[in-house]
Design a binder for this molecule. Structure first.
Ligand code: GAR
Length: 203
């Protein structure tokens, strides 16, 4: 007779997160999946050795590692590490470098990204964080939101999995919008990830 924890370890779905900065989404995903049986964040990888996400991982007791441009784009260092981690899903949570084509091909339909706008609006190179919210204000948009999408070879162009909207008021500053987006991300991101992995569990 097997006990429940052995069974859940055998069927455990493994998430690897890539993040570049603060890591509030990474922390939210880690804490959310700490309280589930079948899904676990096994590692966080960052391109920034000073990123706050590293402190969060230390506090939460999650393995974390930083890497440089050479090990990401030129050698197989990061690629081999990710393969060894056997992820069921790779989650880009505020990861600002372009994901290498070789990893996209290797993990086809297993890499997702969260973007702080309603793609295809406000996507592409240079469109991240506050730059997005500043553009939304400059263009007098009446709504914005979040997009969770698969990662393909082009910035922010993979198939959209989920979007949620919020209104933009005439007096909203980019900081006000950032706060609304943060709330949407905290509310929806873990659940969307859980649904994606959950649909595979029942196959
Ligand atoms: C998030 O708002 C995420 O949507 C955005 O960076 C922030 C990271 O915050 N991502 C992009 O702009 C990607 N183009 P966090 O480090 O606190 O999770």
């Amino acid at each position: 007779m097997f006990n429940k924890s052995i069974i859940s370890q055998v069927f455990m779905k493994r998430i690897v997160i890539f993040a570049s900065g603060s890591g509030s989404n990474a922390e939210n995903l880690i804490t959310y999946f700490n309280s589930t049986q079948n899904i676990n964040v096994v590692a966080v990888l960052t391109n920034n050795p000073h990123a706050k996400v590293l402190d969060r991982c230390k506090k939460l007791n999650v393995s974390a590692l930083s890497f440089n441009k050479t090990s990401f784009y030129t050698t197989n260092h990061v690629e081999n590490l990710v393969i060894a981690l056997k992820p069921d899903l790779i989650v880009l949570a505020g990861f600002l470098w372009k994901f290498p084509d070789k990893l996209v091909i290797l993990f086809q339909n297993k890499i997702i990204n969260i973007h702080p706008a309603l793609l295809p609006k406000y996507g592409g190179k240079g469109m991240y964080g506050m730059h997005v919210h500043q553009a939304v204000v400059a263009n007098k948009e009446s709504e914005t939101g979040i997009s969770i999408h698969y990662v393909n070879e082009h910035y922010d162009e993979g198939a959209i999995i989920f979007q949620a909207k919020c209104s933009v008021n005439i007096k909203d500053t980019p900081e006000d919008i950032a706060a609304k987006i943060h709330e949407l991300e905290m509310q929806h991101f873990p659940k969307v990830v859980e649904q994606l992995l959950g649909s595979e569990v029942s196959n």
